[in-house]
Design a protein around this ligand. Structure first.
Ligand SMILES: Cc1ncc(COP(=O)(O)O)c(C=O)c1O
Length: 195
């Protein structure tokens, strides 16, 4: 899915987010740009959370009474909706975590214990870039320390893009992981993911 600038009805979208009705600094409307750190919640999410806690809150997968079964159905129903939304081939590919850091730590840890062909060990290489947030650096550093895998980095060009001039040296037959951000939170660079 590609969303082109200008095609988003931002005024309509803003209306879904109650917090954006707030004003700050003597009446100025909020423009919120820190979504990578904390995302604002639209009315639909706030309502769903309230409805859940008011009517269904119970142990998921562990109870045989009415509200526990409702909670399980809602939880697993959300997995199906997310799988359809991201076009996942299987609902089993959707794993809920609390944030990006936990997700990346989970993936990195798992690769250290995985069976072939996924296993990262001292004969393999991991590739990241110099424009990553800590949450996409530290998990790979830890995996590299634990397994002996070599950690390699794409550098940056002077205009803040990924330097792909040595891509054939950085990504090799030994590469098991290439992990990089789509859009840099520091420079706004959009990386050529398809390439
Ligand atoms: C650009 C960016 N990437 C990743 C993260 C890590 O996000 P999370 O809190 O979801 O682990 C943050 C958090 O501040 C961030 O600002």
């Amino acid at each position: 899915m590609t969303i082109l600038p200008g095609l988003l009805d931002t005024e309509a979208i803003r209306k879904d987010f109650p917090i954006l009705d707030r004003t700050v600094h003597d009446g100025k409307k909020i423009v919120y740009l820190d979504s990578a750190a904390t995302s604002q919640k639209p009315r639909q999410v706030l309502d769903a959370l309230n409805a859940y806690y008011e009517r269904h809150n119970a142990n998921v997968h562990r109870g045989v009474y009415t509200i526990a079964e409702e909670a399980t159905a809602l939880y697993e129903g959300a997995r199906d909706k997310v799988a359809a939304f991201i076009n996942a081939p299987s609902r089993d590919e959707v794993i809920f975590t609390k944030n990006a850091s936990e997700s990346l730590n989970l993936v990195a840890n798992m690769l250290g214990w995985a069976d072939e062909p996924y296993r990262v060990d001292h004969e393999t290489e991991i590739v990241i870039t110099e424009m990553e947030h800590h949450s996409n650096i530290v998990p790979w550093q830890l995996l590299s320390q634990r397994t002996g895998a070599k950690l390699k980095w794409f550098g940056l060009t002077d205009d803040g893009r990924l330097d792909l001039s040595n891509i054939d040296e950085i990504i090799t037959e030994k590469t098991k992981v290439v992990s990089f951000v789509l859009v840099s939170n520091i420079m706004g660079t959009v990386n050529p993911v398809e390439t």
